[in-house]
Ligand binder design. Structure first.
Ligand code: LMR
Length: 334
C-alpha cells in the first residue's frame, strides 16, 4: 500500500463515524494480502485509534508488497458484540477489544476489572510483565485460537451519570451501562444500582434517551464519544482500569512465513510499547478537552473516595474462585 493512500484511508475511516461504511481495501496494492483490523473507538485523539493507525502505517511501510493492514474504526466493520466471532471465522484478522469482554472465553481476565486493584496504569503495566500477566496473553489460545499480541492501556475509568455522583449512595437506584463483564455487573450492584450490558456503539443513544442513567469509561472514550453532552457530570473515581488485548488468531499467524511472522510480531511489540508510553498524555489531553467542550468533572476528597473503595471491595471475594487467588495477588502486588 502506498503511504499516501494509507493516510487517506485512515483519515476517511477516522471521520466516517456513524456513516455507511465504504470498503477501502482498494487502497492496497495488487498482490498484497489484506489484513483487516476492526475496532470500536473513534475520533483522532483516542489512544486505540492512534495505536491501530500506527500499527497499520508501520506494517504497510515495512512489509510493503506483502501485507496491507486496513483499519476499520468506530464499529464500522464489526461492533463489539460480533468482533470476536468474526475473528474466529477469519472475517477479520486484528482486534483490540477491552479486556472486560472476554468473560465467556476465560474468567481469569476478570482480574483487570476488579475495582481499585490498580492504582494507576503504571501499576497495571507492571502486572502485565509478571508471569501471571504474560500467561493471560495466551489464555484463549487453546480454547478459541486467539493470540494476544500485547496489552494496550487505555486509561482509568470514571463514572458519569444524569445526576452528580459524590458518594456511591448517590448512585442508588440508577441504571448504568457496563461492558459484558460479570465483575462490572457485580460492582454496579454493590452500589445499589442496576447494571445493563450494552455494546459501546449504543451508549450515547442510551444515555440521551434515558435507557440508562450513567456509564463508566476513560477520559478518551467520554470525550471522543461525547458522553459528557448527555450526562450531568463525570466523577473522578479512578475505580477501574480500561485496557485492551491487541490480538489476532492462531490461524492467521500460522499462515505467515516464519520471516514475515517475526517481522509482524516485532512491529506489534514496538507499537505496543509506544502506545503505552504515550497513553497517559492522551488521557490528560482528553480530560482537558472535556472541560474545554463544557463537560463537568467532580473531584473527590480522600474520604469520599474511600467510601467507593469500601463499597466495592466485596466484589473481589466473589470472583476469587474464577480468577484465582494467585492472579489477584500478582496483580494487587505488582
Ligand atoms: C467500552 O465498551 O466501553 C470500551 O471497551 C470501548 C473501548 O474499546 O474503549
Amino acid at each position: 500500500m502506498k503511504k499516501l493512500s494509507l493516510a487517506l484511508t485512515t483519515l476517511a475511516l477516522t471521520f466516517s463515524a456513524g456513516s455507511a461504511f465504504a470498503d477501502s481495501s482498494s487502497a492496497c496494492d495488487a498482490g498484497e494480502r489484506i489484513v483487516k483490523f476492526s475496532h470500536v473507538t473513534g475520533g483522532t485523539t483516542h489512544p486505540k485509534v492512534v495505536a491501530a493507525n500506527n500499527f497499520a502505517d508501520r506494517v504497510n511501510k515495512e512489509m510493503n508488497g506483502k501485507l496491507c493492514v486496513v483499519v476499520y474504526p468506530n464499529s464500522t466493520l464489526f461492533g463489539d458484540s460480533k468482533e470476536l466471532e468474526a475473528l474466529l471465522l477469519g472475517d477479520v484478522q486484528l482486534l483490540a477489544p477491552s479486556l472486560s469482554k472476554f468473560g465467556s472465553y476465560s474468567p481469569k481476565y476478570g482480574v483487570f476489572d476488579l475495582p481499585f486493584i490498580f492504582k494507576d496504569m503504571d501499576h497495571a503495566i507492571r502486572f502485565t510483565k509478571t508471569e501471571e500477566g504474560k500467561d493471560l496473553l495466551m489464555a484463549m489460545e487453546d480454547n478459541a485460537g486467539f493470540v494476544g499480541l500485547g496489552y494496550w492501556m487505555s486509561g482509568m475509568k470514571y463514572f458519569s451519570a444524569n445526576k452528580k455522583l459524590i458518594l456511591p449512595s448517590d448512585a442508588e437506584g440508577l441504571k448504568f451501562r457496563v461492558q459484558t463483564s460479570d465483575v462490572a455487573k457485580s460492582m454496579i450492584s454493590a452500589m445499589g444500582a442496576s447494571p445493563q450490558a450494552m455494546a459501546f456503539s449504543e451508549v450515547y443513544g442510551a444515555l440521551q434517551t434515558g435507557v440508562v442513567d450513567g456509564q463508566e469509561n476513560t477520559w478518551s472514550n467520554i470525550y471522543t464519544k461525547k458522553f459528557y453532552e448527555v450526562q450531568d457530570s463525570i466523577t473522578e473515581t479512578n475505580h477501574q482500569l480500561l485496557a485492551y488485548l491487541f490480538m489476532t488468531s492462531k490461524d492467521f499467524l500460522d499462515s505467515l512465513s516464519t520471516a514475515d511472522r517475526e517481522q509482524f510480531l516485532a512491529i506489534a511489540d514496538t507499537v505496543t510499547q509506544e502506545a503505552n508510553e504515550s497513553v497517559k498524555a492522551k488521557e490528560a489531553a482528553n480530560r482537558a478537552n472535556i472541560l474545554k467542550a463544557g463537560g463537568k468533572i467532580n473531584t473527590l476528597t480522600a474520604e469520599q473516595r474511600q467510601t467507593w473503595v469500601d463499597t466495592m471491595k466485596p466484589v473481589w471475594k466473589k470472583f476469587e474462585g474464577d480468577i484465582g487467588k494467585d492472579v489477584i495477588n500478582a496483580a494487587a502486588g505488582a
